[in-house]
Design a protein around this ligand. Structure first.
Ligand code: SF4
Length: 359
């Protein structure tokens, strides 16, 4: 099975920038970026990130703001913060060298079983397994695993197959081949079984049930979160400045710059839809809680933002800030420079709702 897959990979694998390096740090960056992001999207970010932080030492020395700014647009910012923390630890404890010992690698912040295995196999050529979404799909089909993803028995079976298959020559290429097969051939819908090197061995294909596997996890309904946001500005045109606050550790969107926001009871907001008064009260409370002196203006509508586990419904208000406007936690930033800060996509949507076309 290994030889068949490796032959297929040698003939059909894509040439991707991180497949042309043996630098464990660069491979680590690519692995983190490609979690939850499409490869095509990740490529330009990968180049830019490594230009800005070419070595583990450079990333370890960088401020969190700079790291989040370089990540800006990729989303799932927690990944960037964990990568930063992991690389800092590697520099502090191992002189910037990724440890070969699997347990030491796994103990680095942000390094789970998947990342540890990807780094061990790709950077060091060690026979360590990986299971990500693509691998889980391929293995579920080839070995006809009909239990639900996420269940202990399913995970155990997937990792056991991955562990067994990775033993042998070129373990790093083998793992990448497995992911590549899932990305290019054994796709979630309409897998191209005719082009698959494992077609003759695939139990799901033989039974004609390949499209029903893997059995997906039950999706939890995202939690509804109602917020009121105030886009307070000073100045006009290109010189216009927006007041932002950096979200603290333990808060939603920790480490990112956002416009001042408060969580609001949905009933208040429903009332606010009909008459501005109660929503306006929430906007005033938002200013007060952030120590910002400003005059509330129009309500500019609402923004919906859905993440995997939460659905945000944000009532957006405009405000004009007073001269000595804020306490130190809220600072002014030029509206045309937001892209250089670590700004969450939600902040961009909110600013766009309040000040269309100005960002
Ligand atoms: S034969 Fe089809 S279902 Fe089975 S592994 Fe190959 S592409 Fe996937």
């Amino acid at each position: 099975m290994r030889a068949e897959l490796l032959d297929w990979y040698d003939a059909h694998g894509r040439s991707l920038p991180w497949r042309e390096t043996s630098d464990p740090y660069a491979i680590w960056v690519s692995e983190v970026m490609c979690q939850q992001t499409r490869v095509d999207t990740a490529i330009p970010y990968y180049h830019r990130f490594l230009e800005r932080f070419p070595t583990a030492q450079a990333l370890a020395d960088a401020s969190e703001d700079d790291v989040l700014a370089a990540w800006s647009g990729l989303g799932y910012y927690r990944r960037a913060r964990m990568l930063h923390a992991g690389v800092k630890e590697m520099v502090a404890s191992y002189g910037g060298e990724l440890p070969r010992d699997p347990a030491a690698r796994l103990a680095l912040p942000g390094v789970g079983r998947y990342t540890a295995g990807a780094l061990g196999s790709i950077a060091f050529g060690l026979p360590e397994p990986i299971v990500d979404g693509n691998v889980a799909r391929v293995l579920s089909r080839v070995f006809r695993i009909e239990t639900m993803l996420g269940k202990a028995a399913t995970e155990k079976a997937l990792w056991a197959h991955a562990e067994e298959l990775v033993q042998g020559p070129r373990p790093g290429d083998f793992n990448q081949a497995l992911m590549e097969l899932g990305a290019l051939v054994c796709t979630p819908k309409s897998p191209s079984c005719g082009a698959c090197p494992w077609a003759e061995r695939c139990e799901a294909r033989e039974a004609g049930i390949q499209e029903t596997l893997p059995v997906p996890r039950k999706k939890k309904k995202p939690t509804e979160v109602s917020l009121t946001a105030v886009v307070a500005t000073r100045g006009r045109g290109a010189a216009r400045e927006v007041f932002l606050t950096k979200r603290e550790e333990g808060e939603l969107f920790a480490g990112l710059w956002m416009v001042p926001m408060v969580e609001s009871p949905p009933t208040q907001l429903e009332l606010g839809e009909r008459g501005a008064s109660s929503g306006g009260d929430e906007a005033l409370r938002c200013l007060h809680e952030h120590g910002l002196r400003a005059t509330i203006g129009d309500r500019c509508g609402s923004v919906i933002h859905v993440l995997s586990h939460r659905r945000y419904s944000v009532q957006v208000y405009r405000a004009t800030a007073a001269k000595a406007a804020a306490k130190s936690a809220v600072t002014r930033h030029r509206i045309d420079a937001l892209a250089e800060l670590g700004v969450a996509r939600l902040t961009e949507k909110i600013v766009d709702a309040a000040l269309p076309g100005e960002r």
